[in-house]
Design a binder for this molecule. Structure first.
Ligand code: PLP
Length: 382
């Protein structure tokens, strides 16, 4: 399945195209089994069965138990529930949280809010590869640290943090470990117990399910983590997230988890071959280099600086190719990506950078086309 003959979609870290099998799984829950999953009649029970099944599929993917999965609208909501919930429930131990300057704005924005409520946040720095320094983490942990929040794979440069070691250090300090795994779930195997993850967020639309559905993993075995609801009402999702369940999307998300569990190895090998081919060819263009680490990186992502060029202008000229640039729009102001600046890029190099994030529907011909188009573009003087 391709988006269309004309379009080449290399922006899978932003969102993915729905898998047809996922769509097939969700459709009956929009048409026939449309009942409220909380209703006690036979149709409600059918809808509830769909949700139950999905909860198992999601839990299985990360080696968790079903009662540890809270369905949400996606990672942003999951992150808010996790960070604000830990802050509220563990403040007797302290009000200190550790995170990283290169986290997604869902984490950074929530931390900023918590700062306004009297919490102290330490923002770890990263090296030129985007990796945190475990010694720095060890040194900033304190008796009043309640949470360490470090992402799995970075959405812009793909670098993978040493999750297991981070969890160990957090636990040694008596703190919980929250891992934003939005870009890792469904791409690489995750075992929350083996890694020591206490809280984990995921978004369906990053793994071929629709937008507006996701989950929060909340450890209940070995440590019964307490959180607080942000939305109050009928007490859905163990009272943590009231509101009628979005059954079709939850079913879709469950199906996407099942598919990725079965196919991630095969897909991963193919996607990484395509990504490497793309990267190797683009690096032949004068003035290009990879931002971040080339090993220990999520296999679908490459972020390349075309020094001296304006990525926005390039993207505008690529027309039918969907990629992402190294800048963030905050209202009317265009700022360089905070991730690229954190790994030491100048503003000019950040504005000259393009993120290519591949997915399972991409093909070798698409890679060839993109290489050809970009090679021709960079021959032009502008
Ligand atoms: N965390 C990471 C690493 C992400 O890449 C994203 C989305 O791009 C999010 C969190 C937020 O996800 P959502 O927009 O689905 O809530």
């Amino acid at each position: 399945m391709n988006t269309s003959k004309e379009n080449i979609y290399f922006d899978n870290n932003a969102t993915t195209q729905i898998d047809e099998r996922v769509l097939d799984a969700m459709l009956p829950f929009l048409t026939v089994n449309f009942a409220n999953a909380s209703s006690t009649h036979h149709l409600g029970l059918k809808a509830n069965e769909g949700v139950k099944n999905a909860r198992v599929q999601v839990a299985d993917l990360i080696c968790a138990e079903e009662n540890e999965i809270i369905f949400t609208s996606g990672s942003t909501e999951s992150i808010n529930i996790a960070l604000k919930g830990v802050a509220e429930n563990y403040s007797a131990k302290g009000k200190h949280i550790v995170t990283v300057s290169t986290e997604h704005y869902a984490v950074l924005g929530t931390c900023k809010y918590l700062e306004s409520k009297g919490y102290e946040i330490t923002y770890l720095t990263v090296n030129s590869f985007g990796l945190i320094d475990l010694n720095e983490l060890k040194n900033v942990l304190r008796a009043d640290t309640i949470l360490v929040c470090v992402m799995y794979a970075n959405n812009e440069i793909g670098v993978i943090q040493p999750v297991k070691e981070i969890a160990q250090l957090a636990h040694d300090a008596g703190a919980l470990y929250m891992c934003d795994s939005t870009q890792a779930v469904g791409k690489i195997e995750i075992d929350v117990d083996a890694l020591g993850i206490d809280l984990l967020c995921m978004s369906g639309h990053k793994m071929y399910a629709p937008k507006g559905v996701g989950a929060l993993y909340v450890r209940q075995h070995m440590n019964h983590i307490k959180l607080t609801a942000l939305t109050h009402g009928g007490g859905h999702e163990k009272g943590l997230r009231s509101g009628t369940l979005n059954v079709p999307s939850i079913v879709a998300f469950g199906k996407a988890c099942e598919i990725s569990q079965q196919e991630m190895k095969k897909d991963g090998e193919r996607i990484s071959t395509l990504r490497n081919e793309l990267e190797n060819e683009l690096l032949k263009i004068e003035g290009t280099f990879v931002n971040g680490k080339t090993d220990n990186r999520i296999y679908n992502t490459t972020n390349i600086c075309f020094r001296g060029r304006d990525a926005n202008v390039m993207i505008g000229r690529m027309k039918n190719i969907a990629v992402s640039n190294g800048s963030a729009c905050t209202g009317a102001i265009v700022e360089p990506s905070h991730v690229l600046v954190s790994i030491g890029l100048s503003d000019d190099d950040a504005f000259a950078s393009i993120r290519f994030s591949l997915g399972k529907f991409n093909t070798e011909n698409e890679v060839k086309s993109v290489v050809k188009i970009i090679s021709e573009l960079t021959q032009l003087k502008y």
